[in-house]
Design a protein around this ligand. Structure first.
Ligand code: ADP
Length: 667
């Protein structure tokens, strides 16, 4: 095929994506001197990728099918902005052959393989057939055309249980079921088909032997339009939850050099079978000994940075150069493996609540600096809103070091130094993963997270002496700062100091736990803190993001965020969320009781069904929320008058937020 029509030099690139990958692509494209065009939905007007690009164009409403998945609007956006090429990122339309073709038809360069290659490799069944012919090792399985139950059940018997039923069009672990015995097969097929039909509009299934204690190993490959094809080593992505990757690393700590060469050779063979052009990933499942092809992804992967850090190659730059029609700049034997890299996916989600996505405004966004082997690919900033419409990945934190142990240490330290507030994140969970002894020794398989969930989501330790003292220091520093900022501050204007010895009492608690009391003695002479019988010499000096705290001569650094009466502290003992019980603060205990009309989960208000002042029967509908793509109506908990509605249609609301108030009848 003549590739010169597909790949040629361009100067303006449209990025048909959002979040961190859009930002990531924009960064390299700009460094290469390209003009960048972002596209966005109504929910993303103020998003980071929009701010980063040279130009930005509104696609349409928040729902992906009206915006990021809308081929027509994307092509139109390219036309309006004079873009000559499109980078699809990952997810959304990145593996959609029709989109690649539509770009071609519109005279745009698609940064990726041709539609034909995508079609050949896009279906798990089709690609397995190709791989079989090319002699790439496959998991024993059935990937034929016939889809009737008898055929599938016969195939399953022949393969032998346990088996995996998989949607041929699948992705993201959807449309996939493990089946351990013949009698589980039929219901598993029915439900996998239903899920696949809804998610991909295609319910064809394939069956594979389920590899026990599986590991996920994948090889990065990239091809150009001159027939060159390279493998850029492998990544191990065995730490998964529900078949979705959580931590990825390169190289795989499981493979020895001979196995590494074998899997990379198999990947080159696989991609060579379609004369692949562009960046792609060949995925394998491994029993720790052998590797078996499972699928190819014809795009850049989320976890591509670990490959970049061990090879020193900017994969987006190479993608763009391939799209320009250039030849790859290196030969296979010039690609060197250097050190080890580990990546963690930072999500807005709550691991203690079954990883429920968390939406809302990011009030604090403090991540460590990108030094000492640390890299952060973020798609959000402080003040940004995480909406319920898209994947809730906020950023990726990636650490490189000469050895795996040190890379893990660096990543863990980076996670521990991160404070993201306003929404719930999985950062403590990622830290727990990185410090788990079995992760350190690579004694893992894809079921590890599920089995260890209780350990990985353990509640934070109870605050000890250090944390209570730190809480007082946080308040004192906060008040000092507020006083200094106030123009008429007595501290500032008159150099006012309290005379004599004074005392101030504080009480803190965690959740609904008991109150813990601490007394500050201050005024003339050195300050002390008293907890029970203990008295500690106390001093604190504010610094960026927190303060230094000296207790009985020992100095330690504390990160702190204060939001009203909520204190978020990070000490050497970990993270602590404390509530300051302020005796003078007019503390009103808010209980999320049965009677409160509050969002049960984060969601969007899609309808308001009653007016303020309306008389309501018990159970009368008040408003409808869309929660996790399902509608849920909130109703009057008792008969009464609708006193107020605290939200409007379109509002994104956090879990527990009160949305309406009903005055009980007769009061
Ligand atoms: P998706 O495209 O939905 O991500 P994959 O086919 O890539 O689906 O599989 C996702 C994950 O499921 C893999 O990373 C691997 O952990 C697991 N998996 C896939 N096939 C098998 C298999 N035959 N045996 C055991 N585990 C498997």
């Amino acid at each position: 095929m003549d590739h010169s029509k597909l790949y040629r030099r361009f100067r303006t690139l449209l990025i048909a994506n959002r979040g961190e990958i859009a930002c990531r692509v924009i960064r390299t494209a700009r460094a290469m001197g390209l003009r960048t065009v972002a596209v966005y939905s109504e929910a993303d007007r103020d998003a980071m990728h929009v701010a980063l690009a040279d130009e930005a164009l509104l696609l349409g409403p928040a729902r992906a099918r009206d915006s990021y998945l809308n081929v027509e609007r994307l092509i139109d956006a390219a036309r309006k902005t004079g873009a000559e090429a499109v980078h699809p990122g990952y997810g959304f339309l990145s593996e959609n052959a029709e989109f690649a073709r539509a770009c071609f038809d519109a005279g745009l360069v698609f940064v990726g393989p041709t539609a034909g290659m995508m079609t050949a490799m896009g279906s798990k069944s089709g690609s397995k057939e190709l791989m079989e012919k090319a002699g790439v090792p496959l998991v024993p399985g059935y990937h034929g055309e016939a889809q009737d139950e008898a055929t599938l059940s016969k195939a399953a018997d022949k393969i032998g249980f346990p088996i995996l039923v998989k949607a041929s069009a699948g992705g993201g672990g959807r449309g996939m079921r493990i089946v351990r015995s013949a009698d589980e097969l039929s219901p598993a097929i029915v439900s996998a088909k239903r899920e696949a039909k809804a998610a991909f509009g295609d319910d064809r299934m394939l069956i594979e032997k389920y590899v026990d204690n599986p590991r996920h190993i994948e090889v990065q490959i990239i091809g150009d339009s001159h027939g060159n094809l390279l493998s850029l080593f492998e990544r191990e992505c065995t730490l998964q939850r529900r078949h979705q990757k959580v931590i990825e690393e390169a190289p795989s700590p499981t493979l020895n050099p001979a196995q590494r060469e074998a899997v990379c050779a198999a990947a080159r063979k696989a991609a060579g079978a379609v004369n692949y052009v562009g960046a792609g990933t060949i995925e394998f499942v491994s029993d720790g000994k052998d590797v078996f092809f499972i699928e190819m992804n014809t795009r850049l992967q989320v976890e591509h940075p670990v490959t970049e850090l061990i090879t020193g190659i900017d994969l987006v730059e190479w993608q763009l150069r391939v799209a320009f029609g250039e030849a790859l700049p290196l030969k296979q034997d010039e690609i060197k493996l250097n050190g080890h890299a580990v990546e963690a996916r930072v999500y807005a989600e709550n691991p203690t609540k079954n990883f429920m996505p968390s939406v809302g405004r990011i009030s604090t966004w403090r991540l460590p600096a990108e030094t000492g082997g640390l890299r952060i690919d973020a798609g959000y900033r402080e003040g940004d809103t995480v909406s319920p419409y898209y994947d809730a990945m906020l950023a990726k934190m990636i650490a490189w070091a000469p050895t795996r142990d040190v890379a893990i240490e660096r990543l863990n330290r980076g996670l521990e130094e991160s404070d993201v507030r306003g929404i719930v994140t999985n950062i403590p969970f990622l830290s727990a993963l990185m410090t788990h002894p079995k992760v350190r020794t690579n004694a893992i398989d894809t079921g590890f997270i599920e089995r260890e969930l209780a350990v990985l989501t353990q509640a934070a330790p109870a605050p000890a002496e250090l944390e209570l003292c730190a809480a007082v220091a946080a308040i004192v520093n906060d008040e000092r700062q507020a006083a200094q900022e106030g123009a008429n501050s007595p501290w500032q204007t008159f150099g006012w100091q309290p005379v004599g010895r004074r005392q101030r009492s504080f009480a803190f608690r965690v959740g609904h736990g008991p109150e813990q009391k601490i007394v500050l003695n201050y005024g003339s002479g050195p300050s002390t803190l008293v907890i029970g019988e203990r008295e500690l010499a106390f001093a604190t000096v504010a610094k960026d993001g927190g303060f230094d705290l000296t207790l009985d001569g020992v100095k330690s650094s504390v990160a702190a965020v204060i939001a009203g009466h909520e204190l978020y502290l990070r000490t050497r003992n970990g993270r602590f969320d404390l509530h300051w019980v302020d005796p003078f603060g007019g503390e009103s205990e808010e209980h999320i009781g049965e009677d409160k009309i509050a969002a049960p989960l984060p969601g969007t208000v899609v309808a308001v069904l009653a007016e303020e002042g309306a008389k309501l029967e018990k159970g009368a509908p008040i408003l409808t929320l869309e929660v996790m793509k399902m509608e849920q109506t909130l109703r009057a908990p008792y008969a009464g008058v609708l006193k107020s509605i605290k939200c409007k249609v379109g509002d994104i609301v956090q879990e527990g937020v009160e949305l309406a108030v009903v005055d009980p009848a007769g009061e």
